[in-house]
Design a protein around this ligand. Structure first.
Ligand SMILES: *[C@@H]1O[C@H](CO)[C@@H](O)[C@H](O)[C@H]1NC(C)=O
Length: 299
């Protein structure tokens, strides 16, 4: 295509998109709110636990938020006596419930300040991080890049993190809770509000480059990193997530639960994964738990 007509087409697209942005009702779809699986536990800075002194901070995936994605694991850990905290990071002001879109270097700062807030307000010595997908990347990336964080992180557990470059489009399935309306709004947000994070994680994106530049020292001293992956994950394959460094444990779901065919989005809700997460938090790596089939959610 000649460059002039390409330029005209580009301008037309931008104009069409900006009129779309103001015409769209970005408010939270009521279907999402009504879903019984919606909603995270409140951040209770007075929470103290003798068995699990580290507060656990949950980091959601792309286009999700604190109320969906890792929220149900959050309930489970709360019931198990953990103090669980979460935030929505990287959201555009127009649609504050669609998280993780902003550039990940920006989001990393938001997350670092939340980690510091939790540590300070609870008076804990260390915190644990659990992240899914983009949040899993953040569980590794934030201690690597934000000063003062590595020192206060004990476990960083990453579910299907694309450390070595991935295509993150299609993650809007994470918002299945709200049905089609929610999903469509989330994919529209990727299109018209932009998804800097999508570019960051792709091969040769900023975050991909930051990991490459830190090869061999991605995991920080004193951090116990656990990378939990599914061999049935077609979006972020295990090769994309593995970190072969001292301090990192690479865990394939099927090594413990061979019949679990959990895909990428499902890692957050899969009971086999929950069992593995608890074993990583407690360092009771051989504890037996009941595996699940992991077919509830799409890849
Ligand atoms: C957490 O979930 C696992 C897997 O479903 C279950 O076995 C366990 O009882 C739950 N823990 C609590 C405290 O509810």
């Amino acid at each position: 295509m000649p460059s002039i007509s390409r330029a005209i087409k580009g301008v037309a697209t931008v104009l069409a998109l900006s009129s779309q942005v103001s015409a769209i009702d970005w408010s939270l779809p009521s279907d999402l709110l009504k879903n019984p699986l919606y909603g995270a536990v409140d951040n209770d800075f007075d929470c103290r636990s003798d068995n699990h002194p580290n507060p656990v901070i949950m980091l959601h995936g792309l286009s999700a938020n604190r109320e969906v994605d890792l929220n149900t694991l959050g309930w489970n850990l709360t019931d198990g006596g953990y103090c669980v905290f979460s935030m929505t990071y990287g959201a555009h002001t127009l649609a504050p419930w669609i998280g993780g879109l902003k550039s990940m270097r920006e989001s990393a700062k938001e997350i670092a300040s939340f980690i510091t807030e939790v540590k300070t307000k609870t008076g804990a010595n260390k915190v644990d991080l659990i992240g899914h997908s983009e949040g899993g990347v953040m569980a590794i990336y934030v201690p690597m890049t934000q000063s003062g964080i590595a020192e206060i992180v004990d476990h960083n557990i990453a579910l299907g993190p694309a450390i070595h470059g991935a295509k993150y489009f299609g993650f809007t399935d994470l918002l299945y809770f709200g049905g089609d309306v929610t999903r469509n709004l989330a994919s529209l947000a990727l299109k018209v509000l932009g998804c800097a994070a999508c570019d960051d994680m792709a091969t040769d994106g900023d975050v991909y480059d930051d990991f490459k530049a830190n090869a061999g020292k991605i995991i920080q001293a004193g951090n116990k990193a656990s990378i939990i992956m599914s061999s049935a994950d077609t979006l972020v394959a295990p090769e994309t997530s593995r970190i072969e460094e001292a301090g990192a444990r690479n865990i394939i779901v099927q090594d413990t639960c061979p019949d679990d065919a959990v895909g990428h989005a499902g890692l957050a809700w899969d009971k086999s994964v929950w069992g593995l997460v608890v074993n990583e938090l407690t360092e009771d790596y051989d504890r037996k738990f009941e595996c699940s089939q992991g077919l509830v959610f799409r890849k």
